[in-house]
Design a protein around this ligand. Structure first.
Ligand SMILES: *[C@@H]1O[C@H](CO)[C@@H](O)[C@H](O)[C@H]1NC(C)=O
Ligand SMILES: *[C@@H]1O[C@H](CO)[C@@H](O)[C@H](O)[C@H]1NC(C)=O
Ligand SMILES: *[C@@H]1O[C@H](CO)[C@@H](O)[C@H](O)[C@H]1NC(C)=O
Length: 411
């Protein structure tokens, strides 16, 4: 790659410089050293290349104090837009890297921007923490062809509920506003630069595409649209691409959930429930808990595919039951919040009754990996409604439930 040959020639340049300094200091000044010093001066040539073996001073100097560090190449800025692509091609190893597409450098000085936050991560010595608990050498899954879905990941060993079995890092982070703020060709150009500069560009470009007209849509745009998720960094929404997580297909009742850390750009992947060998690993691409019509609409508009997971494929009557439960949870939650905000003993009692119903529906529908948060709220509602003893019991149950789940998440 260009960057490694660049480094080699700069290293040769530095070595030459060191040897000429050594020679001078030692007072040896052998003819060969003098000639070398005269010809090559500080070990590099001024101006454009004259001898291939020696880099120009400009090149050599820029390698010493890369002006655009921690980025490994000059940020690419699209003409007439305020957007640039910032890349560190080495983040998380030789076949990875990370690129951020965000607003122009002037705003980058802003210490609270996502680019500044990511730059800080890249500059810190511990920017590449070893993939902690997940045993990367023998993962409990493998990639296989899945009929009708392209590729997917299949469990090859039992993965117990709550186990973290994969850690992935963002390879691309793109301001969610980008598509609305630049012309399409410019957006594609930014994506192309952002992806091609990654040392792991090939892996990204091999991900699934979903466009109906792949020949008229650029691969960069198609891959991003098909595989990116929305994440929040420094309070702003970004589309982020996680190449390994992207290998998992969608399910409305997923067996896997992810947890994103905006500081480290990591996304840990854990089992939502016990997963048996042979089961496909799946995540929810749409907002969790949506009823089927909204789910379909969201998946189609955002990811360009029709939902065919087990839940979406249920017979109509069973699907209706699931939809009812999901709609009910959303409705009850809104009502409970209203009642709690109004306050007063009567409203709190009513809120408690409604919340119990909601919790039952959440449990039946399998909407959460553990009930800890819901039990916690239930406990607080009992206490608020006057039964402190029962409130304590539920809070205790909540703690146990949460601890049992979190125990296995040791990252
Ligand atoms: C940028 O704007 C200038 C002036 O309006 C125009 O000449 C140029 O073609 C534009 N470049 C791009 C890439 O749109
Ligand atoms: C810095 O960035 C934050 C978050 O993006 C934004 O709210 C704030 O207005 C910016 N400040 C300046 C001076 O640009
Ligand atoms: C993200 O990771 C950092 C560094 O490991 C840690 O200090 C921080 O608490 C994590 N944040 C979340 C929300 O887990």
């Amino acid at each position: 790659m260009a960057s490694s040959s660049f480094r080699t020639s700069a290293a040769a340049c530095a070595a030459l410089l060191a040897s000429s300094v050594r020679a001078t200091n030692a007072g040896t000044n052998q003819p060969a050293d003098v000639i070398q010093q005269r010809m090559f001066g500080t070990g590099c040539l001024p101006g454009p290349f004259q001898f291939d073996a020696y880099p120009t001073c400009v090149t050599a100097a820029s390698e010493e104090d890369v002006p655009w560090a921690p980025w490994t190449s000059r940020p690419y800025c699209a003409d007439n837009t305020s957007y640039c692509a910032f890349t560190n091609s080495d983040f998380q190893g030789p076949n990875r890297g990370v690129s951020i597409i965000d607003v122009e450098p002037s705003s980058i000085e802003n210490a609270s921007s996502a680019v500044a936050s990511i730059a800080k991560l890249l500059s810190s010595p511990a920017s590449a923490p070893p993939p902690a608990s997940a045993d990367e050498s023998s993962p409990p899954y493998e990639m296989r062809d899945i009929p009708g879905k392209g590729k997917g990941l299949i469990a090859i060993r039992t993965i117990p509920r709550g186990q973290v079995f994969m850690i992935d890092y963002a390879a691309l982070v793109v301001d969610s506003q980008l598509p609305g703020r630049v012309r399409r060709a410019q957006g594609v150009e930014l994506l192309k630069e952002a992806i091609e500069r990654l040392s792991g560009a090939e892996e990204v470009l091999s991900l699934a595409r979903s466009s109906n007209e792949p020949e008229s849509v650029s691969v960069y745009e198609d891959v991003m649209k098909t595989n990116a998720f929305t994440v929040e960094i420094t309070g702003k929404a970004y589309m982020a691409l996680f190449p390994r997580i992207a290998r998992m297909n969608h399910a409305c009742k997923p067996n896997v959930i992810t947890r994103f850390n905006a500081t480290t750009l990591s996304n840990i992947v854990m089992a939502f429930r016990d997963i048996s060998p042979g089961e496909e690993l799946s995540i929810s691409y749409s907002t969790f808990g949506l009823p089927s019509a909204e789910r379909q609409e969201k998946l189609l508009s955002t990811w360009g595919f029709k939902c065919t997971c087990d839940l979406c494929s249920l017979p109509p009557d069973e699907l209706a039951v699931s939809d009812d439960r999901r709609t009910k949870v959303a409705r009850l939650s809104r009502e409970v919040i209203n009642l709690v905000e109004k306050g007063g003993a009567e409203n709190l009692k009513k809120a408690l009754e409604l919340y119990k119903e909601a919790v039952d529906a959440v449990e039946e529908e399998g909407l959460v990996p553990h009930m800890g948060n819901h039990y916690q709220v239930l406990g607080q509602l009992w206490a608020a409604a006057g039964d402190v003893e029962r409130g304590r019991e539920w809070v205790k149950r909540a703690k146990e439930e949460t601890a049992a789940f979190e125990k296995q998440i040791n990252v």
